[in-house]
Design a protein around this ligand. Sequence first.
Ligand code: NAD
Length: 454
Amino acid sequence: MSITSYNPADPADLVVAVEAPGAEAVRAAVGRARAAQAGWLAAGAGARSAALGRIAEAVEAHAEELAALIVREVGKPLAEARGEVARTAAIWRYYAQAPYEPSGAVHETAAGPGLLLTRRRPYGVAGLIAPWNFPLAIPSWKAAPALAVGNTAVLKPAPEATACALRLAELTALASLPEDVFTVLPGGAEEGVALVEAADVVSFTGSTGVGRAVVRAATGRGVPVQAELGGLNAALVLPDADVELAAGHIAAAIAGYAGQKCTATSRVIAVGAAYAPLREALVKALATVDDSVCGPVVNEAARERMTGAVSSAVEAGASVLVGGRVPERAGWYVEPTLLADVPDQHPLAREEFFGPVAVLHAAADLDEAIALANDTPHSLATSVHTRSLDAALAAADRLDAGMIRVNAPSSGVDFHLPFGGTKGASHGEREQGRAALEFYTVSRTVSVLPGGGL
Ligand code: NAD
């Protein structure tokens, strides 16, 4: 079987085709990574820090080429692709400092002389499984902290993002990362399953169904696992909000990169008198979104899923406020779409569709809006739009989401802070920031008592 990826804006353009390596090759790569791990750890904080810093430089030196590859392989608009490349370099640079961070603490003994120490140590080989939608940033925010603390890593990218991942591997080699410290092995489900069966610690990002299977397999082996899964993210707009500003943020979170972000907004909840002006402002904002913001969805199946869901919602009584059509052009484009009156139990109101489509709800007050927002098992990011500090504080207290963003799109990420959702949206330790350093290490307690010679 071969692994292929095609340009979503021009499906005749084959970006890459490679032979699927198979499960045995995954086990062999993990074996080589395990053999390399002791040397990588023993090289010391200075060597690891310098290597990660060189990767940041290599990414920066190839920024335009990488951005163009992201555009071509996964259809991300150029401005966002450039932003992702800049963030990728920043992630490597941020974690280049991590090897110098304290790795534990010193405690007093309960009685008598001696030293009690905690010390965080790497697990060995990190198995990293990534989705296609952030083809450089997600592999990097998994690999950089894993490597910083002395693990080696094997990455299995999504098939749709194979060329980007292979290019990242080339850049790490260009940055003189020692052999087998970071391996990229293209593949699909078979290689993913094999990696989960072989790695010492597993980090997965992708869809909820696959993620649950990965968590079961890793925990069945007693291996630590984190999983960042799909979201069904809401935007709450209060009557006191600056409606134009809110509509701009929300339109960007619905349509930016064709809604293909786990933090994209797919439910808009207008409180009381905000409903009518917000509906008007959102329709206007979404109608003017162009390719420089939205772009195509990743493949034909994704487009069919979106258009099928919109038609079935309309059959069930929903009305299309804007969009809803498939543009007549090459590429997997879907118009940014907003619907109202979608029945509560319709899949469009309950499941992640991963496209530029959102549902508008009305809520009588903040309490009802929060209850609506929390009524999902996939709470990753919720945005709240208000000028009232009290309302913002109440929302921050009571929204059951991993990330609460006041007067900002739901779809922003700060790589130096922990990232993840609640309930079904996440499993295990958070990604990014210092939380990632904890995830890729285990604490050892060391007791040092006098040997009796003094
Ligand atoms: P996906 O679940 O189809 O694939 C993710 C990865 O898992 C790919 O590398 C795939 O090849 C691999 N895989 C497939 N079957 C496997 C198996 N049985 N065992 C192990 N690995 C397997 O997801 P996708 O379509 O690539 O990405 C889109 C999804 O990712 C969306 O649901 C989106 O919300 C989610 N996502 C979440 C976050 C987050 O941080 N929460 C970030 C980005 C994307």
